[in-house]
Design a binder for this molecule. Sequence first.
Ligand code: HEM
Ligand code: HEM
Length: 71
Amino acid sequence: SDVIEFPSSIGKVTFTHKAHQELLKDCQKCHASPAGGTIAGFDKDWAHKTCKGCHVEMKKGPVSCKECHKK
Ligand code: HEM
Ligand code: HEM
């Protein structure tokens, strides 16, 4: 899917999957294999490490709670 939504109590996170694919090129930035698919162990801790970690590292993309979690 182009966009994946993750519900959370403080507001849902809208993940632009297709935009990230096109921007990052490398599926294995997030997936164990180049075919992608369900990410084992995907949860809040994974997201705060991998999603937010990359945004910090690239100095691009949301890093504050409210930038990702929208009511
Ligand atoms: C889910 C493929 C790149 C993050 C998926 C799914 C597929 C897939 C087939 C499961 C079906 C779906 O909901 O669409 C790919 C391919 C990629 C790619 C082929 C490269 C061209 C990325 C990148 C990221 C990412 C770069 C992170 C920045 C995710 C997440 C899910 C997902 C978070 C949901 C995982 C879950 O619920 O367990 N991807 N993906 N993907 N992908 Fe990717
Ligand atoms: C931008 C969420 C993982 C790199 C964004 C944006 C959101 C977001 C909401 C704002 C722009 C948009 O909506 O497209 C997420 C989530 C992730 C994730 C929920 C995990 C499932 C990653 C990873 C990387 C990355 C792993 C790098 C390896 C970027 C960059 C931008 C961005 C570079 C800025 C794009 C631009 O301004 O052109 N992300 N992201 N993200 N993300 Fe992520």
